[in-house]
Design a protein around this ligand. Structure first.
Ligand SMILES: NC(=O)c1ccc[n+]([C@@H]2O[C@H](COP(=O)([O-])OP(=O)(O)OC[C@H]3O[C@@H](n4cnc5c(N)ncnc54)[C@H](OP(=O)(O)O)[C@@H]3O)[C@@H](O)[C@H]2O)c1
Length: 340
């Protein structure tokens, strides 16, 4: 492999907690068969990465683990069975390796990058050729690295499940990765967005990105009532529900009769299933990231509309622990990126 180093740097999470996350050197593998070797150029962080680090993620995860699900890079070598790619191609790995199309579970042998299989916090990584997508020429590696989890989840919630269309009103919660992409995707589909945040300065930024209205959920604890007032008491058509325990009931109350709560996250803790009551014909649908097809659709829709991912801050690769601390502090807006 011309120019490829014999070994490279990779983060390894040995247990639970920041003090078990270490930078190591590993042998650089050679691709065989349908494998492709990617030199990672950027990665991005998701709330899931913190949960895995702290040992409070619901799904099984391996140790040692190379963390992070999202990244982008360039192909440096291909196995002799690869027909889709060549060295120099710019790609991103899909989050759910092995889920290509159709509904969740159709391809049952999927694996989550940076969870039950090694992730993107390493300088070189092998992928099956089917688990990669070409990234838009107009996007930087850092921009492309924001997509695989947050944007795809927002797309899955709003488009194939929510069926969002012009004239709908969509509620987004907070200004993290999923919610900022949800705002952008809802807006480019012609929907009116009401956004919440704990911070007035962030609400101003959400409005600059296209939100029609903003509600400070800290200053207005009964924000569901404020949201209903903004819809003439009717309620929103759909909510991208990332809050969980503290927000779930209010999200249902903010939704119109027959509307949809697209259940994505649990930032404020889990929802007790006994409390999930489907009131007034409101549908609650759990969302699981998305397939390769959804990843391609989300990426092409954003690129075609000229919508750029919102990057809060970029950290150098070796500063991954500091980047995770920044995510933990919750002061970010949009996506936190790692550059190699
Ligand atoms: N189901 C899936 O497949 C899937 C996929 C992706 C993510 N998720 C989940 O979705 C959630 C969001 O992930 P993320 O990566 O976007 O997180 P993130 O970037 O860390 O989002 C953090 C932001 O969320 C807002 N927030 C925190 N607590 C809140 C609350 N009680 N009410 C309203 N907003 C609150 C805050 O925004 P302000 O500072 O503006 O208040 C905070 O800055 C997580 O629970 C994650 O595990 C699930």
């Amino acid at each position: 492999m011309n120019g490829t180093p014999a070994d490279h740097a990779a983060f390894a999470l040995q247990g639970n907690g920041f003090d078990t996350l270490h930078l190591q050197r590993r042998a650089t593998p050679a691709p065989v068969g349908a494998q492709v070797l990617v030199r990672m150029r950027a990665a991005s962080l998701n709330y899931r990465d913190l949960k895995i680090l702290e040992g409070r993620y619901a799904m099984p995860t391996i140790r040692p683990l190379v963390p992070l699900s999202d990244g982008a890079g360039e192909i440096v070598a291909v196995g002799d069975g690869v027909d889709a790619w060549k060295p120099g191609d710019r790609v991103l790995p899909i989050y759910m390796q092995g889920w290509y199309d159709g509904p969740f579970g159709r391809q049952p042998h999927w694996r989550g990058l940076g969870g039950d299989v090694d992730g993107t916090a390493r300088e070189y990584a092998l992928f099956d050729q089917q688990d990669l997508l070409a990234i838009p020429d107009t996007w930087s590696f850092a921009e492309a690295a924001t997509l695989a989890c947050a944007a795809v989840t927002a797309w899955h919630a709003l488009v194939p499940v929510g069926g969002v269309k012009a004239g709908d009103t969509v509620l987004t919660l907070g200004s993290g990765g999923v919610s900022v992409f949800a705002l952008q995707i809802a807006t480019l589909n012609g929907a009116r967005v009401i956004a919440t945040s704990s911070d007035d300065a962030k609400l101003a930024r959400l409005k600059a990105l296209g939100a029609a209205e903003g509600v400070n959920y800290r200053a207005t604890p009964d924000w569901d009532r404020a949201v209903r007032d903004l819809t003439g008491r009717r309620g929103v058509d759909m909510v991208v529900e990332v809050g969980g325990g503290d927000t779930f009931d209010r999200s249902i109350r903010a939704t119109r009769d027959g509307g949809q709560v697209l259940r994505v996250g649990d930032l404020s803790g889990g929802v007790d299933p006994s409390r999930i009551t489907v009131e007034r014909g409101v549908t609650v649908t759990p969302i699981v990231v998305g397939s390769r097809a959804m990843t391609a659709e989300a990426m092409h829709a954003l690129a075609a509309a000229g919508t750029r991912p919102v990057i809060d801050r970029a950290f150098p690769f070796h500063d991954l622990p500091a980047a995770l601390r920044h995510l933990e502090a919750g002061r970010h807006f949009g996506k936190i990126v790692i550059e190699f």
